[in-house]
Design a binder for this molecule. Sequence first.
Ligand code: NAP
Length: 248
Amino acid sequence: MSDFKEKIVLVTGASRGIGRAIALELGKRGATVIVNFRSSESEANEVLEEIKASGGDGMVYQTDVADADAVDAMIKTITKTYGKLDVLVNNAGVTRDNVIMMLKPEDFDVVVNTNLRSAWLCCKAASRQMMRKRSGRIINITSVVGIAGNGGQTNYAASKAGMIGLTKSLAKEIATRGITVNAVAPGFIGTDMTADLDDTMKEAAISHIPLGRMGAPEDVAKAVAFLASDDAAYITGQVLVVDGGMVM
Ligand code: NAP
């Protein structure tokens, strides 16, 4: 198991779901984790308690990651408190699904601002710190929907495809500074985001998954831990798909 002792890690949207699993996985491996959340304060505190109980450390930090000034303040607080930021995981995300005729421009703005603009803002603020140290890891949580598309998710797919372009461009831009930038593209994962789907829709989705099951948040967290580790030092600009074979 890779060692994250001495590593300072920020996971956005870490109060629930995939972000929670990533924070717990890295905490278990010894990292100091900043558990970012927007509204689920008690859940975020529970994540931090679990991290501490498993040997890690950290703090909770409430920020709407779509807010540029708030993101700058968060990264400044982290570097002031811990002296550095080693790993940034851009995980916070939302959906507002509907067919395009029913979507309002606001539904596009909220999804793109929360999923894509936020990741760009965090990358910008974090890479400034990482470039000084000439090392760092950035992992963007995109989606198979950003690769293959999905009816009813034009706004979400645009945000997730944008994250892939962001990942590859930034990887090229800052590779010489010792920073890697990769994306993880989950498939159909059991979290609050997918909990509203009825059984028929779930069964239909699972029928397209060769491994025959929904993914667990922990499946994604382990892939993120690999890309964040020293073992992935020679990997940058890649999209690692974690989807049980759904899109290939
Ligand atoms: P989730 O269970 O709904 O959790 C979303 C998390 O994002 C929560 O911790 C939430 O925090 C946080 N968040 C939302 N808006 C935020 C904001 N403006 N600022 C800060 N935090 C914010 O979702 P999930 O399924 O774990 O998804 C996590 C990521 O994986 C998303 O980017 C999603 O697009 C991606 N993904 C999920 C699936 C899937 O099948 N579940 C598949 C592919 C990709 P609060 O509760 O505190 O507001």
